[in-house]
Design a protein around this ligand. Sequence first.
Ligand code: ATP
Ligand code: LTN
Length: 335
Amino acid sequence: MEEKKRALSGIKPTGNLTLGNYIGALREFKKFQDDYESFIFIADLHALTLPIDPIFLKNNTKDIVAFYIAAGLDPEKTTIFLQSDVSAHSELNTILVNYLYMGELSRMTQFKDKSQKMNNEAIGLGLFAYPVLMAADILLYNADVVPVGEDQTQHVELCRDLVHRFNQRYQKEVFVMPKAITPKVGARIMSLSDPTRKMSKSDPKGDIFLKDDLNIIRKKIMSAVTDTGNEIKYDPENKPGISNLLTIYAALSNITVEQAEKQFEGCTQYGVFKKAVADKVIEEIGPFQQRYKEILASGKIDEILSEGARRASYIANKTLRKVKKTVGLYVHDSK
Ligand code: ATP
Ligand code: LTN
């Protein structure tokens, strides 16, 4: 039998997840669990790259496990684990920091965005080296595909450069070449209060959080910033607000943006359109919230994480061993 390809992704537990996280990543993950050997983790070490309250981090971590399951991940099919439970991530990171370069890391958009807001003296090395750890995450599992939102594709590209460089240097295929996969519709959901910016959990103005009360979600959508005119048309340049709402509607309806546009042809009232978008979001997020609450109450999170860590460690340690041997670290029999 042909071996299944591998899929791997993660989310960092830095705050309340948004509808952007849901459409761009979370809801995509379950699509891989039948046809791929699937690894979905919580990037808790990555969450430390910016200052974060310890209790907040711990609670967010449990939340994300519950979100994964509420979004349809089955722990029997998908290995769900914490990055910090598998020490191979940190060990491979220590090796890989030598194979990515300061120049390329300093060109990463995420680093530029996040560090721009900070005092130069207080930018942690971890924020700068973020893509190195991310490459270690991907490469330990020989992932073929990496489902992410658009903003993360640059990091996966850098990981691809690293694979090329590393395999070339040692003249063998040590690492598998990964590929980013973004959703066809909704790879970049924009903020409802400023549709020219990405909806982001660390920049919460007017964004929809997955834990928001359903009435609040409706209010936020009804008061989303829109554009002049009254046509429901996809035109991100001139109508960023309407285009974003159309994208949300299309993604959650599993249709294309063109099909969504067709549905609202002739509709000349933004209010009517917004109500349809709000209904769609609530129809999806309502039951999702219910499942999330049940999972948290079930007390099964720790069990899932223990089993996930066991399965993930087995695979990750095998890769780590191979890498150590490749670079010349002495892996002796007693190990
Ligand atoms: P932060 O603001 O803390 O950087 P974030 O909201 O960007 O966080 P991440 O943990 O970095 O969230 O992202 C988790 C996943 O969600 C990634 O695959 C990312 O690409 C995706 N994602 C994040 N925001 C959006 C968005 N607005 N639209 C689509 N996908 C998104
Ligand atoms: N950087 C990602 C989280 C992440 C990730 C990964 C995603 C860390 N390691 C490996 C895919 C593969 C983000 O969502 N911000």
